[in-house]
Design a protein around this ligand. Structure first.
Ligand code: ADP
Length: 502
């Protein structure tokens, strides 16, 4: 029996999962790490803590599963994307806390670069938008604010990495400074089409090339762990950003296949094959993965900020449910939301609207409305946002999707999945293994070391738990989506610019 180890490094915790060669979970260990908020809108992590917690979970799973290094065929890493770590190559010590993807401190810095021409170059070359979410301005902020750092960087002493690179550096005891293409393409510095760091963008964002990691495919030989890590060296065969990893873990390996992760937010990715489609509808274009010796596979990506988090608001804000699963019973106690709509724009709206001035709204209330209607409207609001993403992607790609694969915490809700299928008029497929993010990284590692032989092999290891089919008639669906688009219009552009905290 061959085992694969997935390091799943998220925004709030590090996990390690061991899978067997039939993609079954053998053992899981998890450790939370600290979240630092030095100022409003700033979010930092201690990269050294992330590494030590990740290592603890690696030791824990080995102990729990009673395995030794020789039993592990390969390691795959998947990680929170866009989070920036800079460290000193001479000591391996980070020069500052990591700046997390959620951090908005460079919102003002972005305006320095914000011209129509720069927006166009960034969008065409990187597939992204000029936004503080990505790495470039975060790196530049560190170079400007940490004393002596720019000089050290120019002298070649400083390394940049997203968390995948940082973990790899530590796993190999400073031997390897690499990233993979799915992480590189989230930096705002990588040309998707030429598949290289872009000199002009580096110059624009004032970043010395000497700090950059080498970019490799998502599945290949990245190096081996230092003997001190697990007792003897283990092959490291996969590195992939978390959302792309979930797409792969869902075995969406053919163009036209898509998955949505219903976590705190919702992330929809559509495999577009060997075509990098530049979106006309505010979606991001991203590399999904690249297997060794092959061309990159691309994806369109759309995200909304409030998915499962809207359910948490029912629990913590409105206090109409005791826990997240409680939403299902309350919402199921009424046959419909009876004209009540909830637009979960609590933190503005993400794709396809990108409206930071939108705010949440509940519309259509009558004297007969109850907490049950609001609970049901919340589930419908989550599903309608995913419909908006999917319709936008279909317009961009010209592909009509047949089915949607789903994962993440809120995909456990049968009612939400049924509503999603009703409003999309597509089959919604939920897999047996909901740990798709970790599984994607394990598949990548498995392909690199021969445990899995091909994409077909990977597809055969995806197993369905349940399929939801639409039970809604077309007229009702059209009526609901029309109400939704009217509700979205009313919630948009609500607060004034000076009320908006960048
Ligand atoms: P993340 O990885 O972003 O932290 P998860 O994938 O763990 O998120 O999903 C957590 C979300 O799922 C929470 O916001 C919660 O509201 C929602 N959730 C969890 N279980 C259920 C359930 N049974 N029904 C509906 N929503 C749920």
């Amino acid at each position: 029996m061959a085992y694969l180890m997935a390091l799943d490094e998220g925004t709030t915790s590090c996990r390690t999962i061991i899978f067997d060669d039939k993609s079954r979970i053998v053992s899981v260990a998890q450790q939370e790490f600290g979240q630092h908020f030095p100022k409003p809108g700033w979010v930092e992590h201690d990269a050294a803590e992330i590494w030590s917690k990740q290592l603890e979970t690696m030791h824990q799973v080995m102990k729990d599963a009673d395995l030794s290094a020789e039993d592990i065929a390969s390691i795959g890493i998947t990680n929170q994307r866009e989070t920036v770590v800079l460290w000193d190559r001479r000591t391996g010590v980070p020069v500052h806390n990591a700046i997390v993807w959620q951090d908005r401190r460079t919102a003002k810095m972005i305006s320095r670069y914000d011209t129509p021409e720069h927006r166009k170059i960034v969008h065409e070359r990187t597939g992204l938008l000029l936004d503080p979410y990505f790495c470039a301005t975060k790196i530049n902020w560190l170079l400007e604010h940490v004393s002596g750092l720019r000089a050290d960087a120019e002298a070649g002493h400083i390394a940049f990495g997203t968390i995948d690179s940082w973990l790899l550096w530590n796993l190999t005891d400073g031997e390897v400074h690499c990233t993979d293409i799915s992480n590189a393409c989230r930096t705002l510095l990588y040309d998707l089409h030429r598949q290289c760091w872009d000199e002009e963008l580096l110059e624009l964002f004032e970043i010395p090339a000497s700090i950059l990691p080498e970019v490799k495919p998502t599945s290949c030989h990245f190096g081996s762990t230092a003997s001190s890590i697990l007792g003897s060296p283990v092959h490291i065969g996969g590195m992939i950003g978390d959302q792309q990893s979930a797409l792969f873990g869902q075995a969406c390996v053919e163009p036209g296949m898509a998955k949505t992760t219903y976590g705190t937010g919702c992330f929809l990715l559509l495999n577009t094959g060997d075509k990098a489609i530049t979106s006309e509808n505010n979606m991001l274009t991203t590399v999904a993965w690249q297997l060794e010796g092959g061309a990159p596979t691309y994806a369109l990506e759309g995200s909304v900020f409030m998915g499962g988090a809207s359910i948490q608001w029912l629990r913590d804000g409105l206090k109409i449910i005791d826990d997240a699963p409680g939403v299902n019973e309350l919402a199921a106690s009424v046959p419909s939301s009876e004209g009540v709509l909830l637009v979960p724009a609590f933190a503005g709206m993400g794709a396809p609207y990108w409206d930071p001035f939108a705010r949440g709204a509940i519309l259509g209330l009558t004297r007969g409305s109850t907490s049950a209607h609001i609970a049901r409207a919340t589930l419908e609001g989550i599903a309608c946002q995913v419909c908006d993403l999917l319709h936008a992607m279909e317009r961009d790609s010209g592909v009509a999707l047949k089915e949607l694969r789903v994962d993440g915490g809120a995909a456990a809700s049968d009612l939400l999945m049924q509503i999603q299928s009703n409003l999309l008029d597509r089959h919604v497929l939920r897999p047996e293994v909901l740990e798709t993010t970790a599984l994607g990284a394990a598949f990548m590692a498995g392909l690199a070391c021969g445990v899995y032989e091909s994409l077909t092999d990977v597809s055969e290891h995806w197993n369905q738990d349940r399929r939801f089919e639409s039970e809604m008639d077309a007229a009702k669906r059209a009526e609901h989506l029309d109400l939704w688009s009217r509700a979205v219009k009313r919630s948009r552009n609500w607060i004034k610019e000076d009320e908006h905290e960048a």
